[in-house]
Design a protein around this ligand. Sequence first.
Ligand SMILES: Cc1ncc(C[n+]2csc(CCOP(=O)(O)OP(=O)(O)O)c2C)c(N)n1
Ligand SMILES: [Mg+2]
Length: 275
Amino acid sequence: MYNKEELCKYSNNIRKNIVKMIAHAKSGHPGGSLSAVDMITCLYFNVMDINHENVNSIERDRFVLSKGHASPLLYAVLAEKGLIPEEELMTFRQINSRLQGHPNMNYVPGVDMSTGSLGQGISCAVGMAMANKLDENNHRVYVLLGDGECEEGQVWEAAMAAAHYKLDNLCAMIDYNELQIDGSIHDVMDPSPLDKKFEAFGWHVIEIDGHDYDQIEKAFEEAKTVKGCPTLIFAHTTKGKGVSFMENQAGWHGSAPNEEQLKTALEELGGNDHD
Ligand SMILES: Cc1ncc(C[n+]2csc(CCOP(=O)(O)OP(=O)(O)O)c2C)c(N)n1
Ligand SMILES: [Mg+2]
């Protein structure tokens, strides 16, 4: 288990790589990548059993990035875990790169599902969790959803099926940053109250601050003890977390920083070195 200081160091480097690769590609989605860094760092370093040796094995936990536009986050975490080379991150969104704008499970080791069409990832995760039950495979399935993504009807079919099939090996997380592509989720198509809705669909719901490592870790631990229903971690987050001028700005959903903005972002994140 990594302590808070170590997790912070990994998260910070992941944030730096996210802004660097998006700036280098001149396209990508920084806001929703940065908001989920703390949860996904904790998941990959302290919760899931994925590593270099078992990456291609069926005998490990699975993660589905249902909000596939946050691919820079997934690639940066995989690099931090040593599953893909860190240098490769700068090929993000280039022709012939394995690291396309939305993740492709056929090319990238550690990518467990190809995603990008919002709503579909959670359905895949439900199928994977059902398969694990049928195979008597005790490994768990984790899935990250955006709050805007929950405006997709398919999410609710998946939520209903997960409860119906008592998938207690499934843990979903909602990155509740309250923004989607064009503005506030409450203005675009209000999906709230998401916690109450998942509860009504038969899920065990845990509400946390998605930037507090103690709360994140406790929630994952609690989820492992829940029997007979799936768990939702409903995480309050800040879109663009860690880069002041990106925080809570819908405009940074899918825009790349220019050279000057990259410099400022990296300064705020403590410089350009891998320390
Ligand atoms: C089915 C589908 N419709 C629309 C899009 C375009 N799109 C990409 S990201 C996004 C907003 C998602 O908002 P949210 O889930 O809140 O993501 P986050 O704030 O975490 O970045 C939209 C509408 C898509 N990828 N898939
Ligand atoms: Mg959002």
